[in-house]
Design a protein around this ligand. Structure first.
Ligand code: F6R
Ligand code: ZN
Length: 195
């Protein structure tokens, strides 16, 4: 890990950083249970464990004051009528936010608080998105032919809580409806709330 100030290059069309420490690849199997249409999920899986999204990280110490950052690339596609998306998470230290800057593609950031507030904000090249403290976040690629690429930065001590989202999903889903993205209620979230 670097101990003096550093820079790196981040250029199109691929936006793979000129330097990185960690390359995470999430395949279909990593998203088990996350897409609503389980039959469509199993049918996709029968054809292969496709790569759905990737993250390039520049590692920094996970302590307050450090800024963790990297690139997230969500490849295009559908599982049933749901667009490819990240797992999504709350930060373990709930009172930490995150900044995203969209470099390429079109999609949405789906967000919600533990209290049940929700927000869905568009992502497109040049768009900056502020995920406020307390808001879980998931990026969704709403294009079927282009990667959704974002740069992100968040506090070093934030940590990740994936479990809450794995259990209930997000309150809202982004689905393809008549060839267009549509934001709909997630029945799994409602069922989990009802207990
Ligand atoms: C970090 C963050 C992003 C995501 C990345 C992949 O706090 O929000 O770097 O980690 O977009 O998404 P997840 O982590 O939800 O699989
Ligand atoms: Zn985050």
């Amino acid at each position: 890990m670097k101990t003096i100030p550093f820079g790196f290059d981040l250029n199109g069309p691929d936006f793979i950083p000129s330097e990185y420490d960690n390359h995470i690849q999430r395949h279909l199997t990593a998203m088990k249970g996350q897409y609503l249409d389980q039959t469509a999920y199993q049918q996709r899986l029968a054809q292969g464990d496709d790569l759905l999204y990737e993250v390039y990280e520049l590692r920094r110490p996970t302590v307050p004051g450090e800024l963790l950052h990297g690139i997230s690339i969500v490849h295009p596609g559908l599982v049933g009528d749901e667009y490819h998306m990240t797992k999504g998470h709350f930060h373990e230290v709930l009172e930490t936010g995150e900044i995203y800057y969209c470099l390429k593609g079109h999609g949405f950031m789906v967000m919600e608080t533990p209290e049940g507030e929700w927000a869905v904000e568009p992502l497109y090249p040049g768009r900056v998105l502020c995920v406020l403290p307390r808001w879980a976040h998931r990026s969704v690629n709403a294009s079927l032919d282009e990667d959704l690429i974002t740069f992100f930065v968040y506090p070093g001590d934030a940590g990740h809580d994936y479990g809450t989202i794995e259990q209930k999903g997000f309150r809202k889903l982004v689905v393809q409806h008549d060839g267009q993205p549509a934001i709909v209620d997630n029945p799994r979230w409602a069922a989990a709330e009802a207990g």
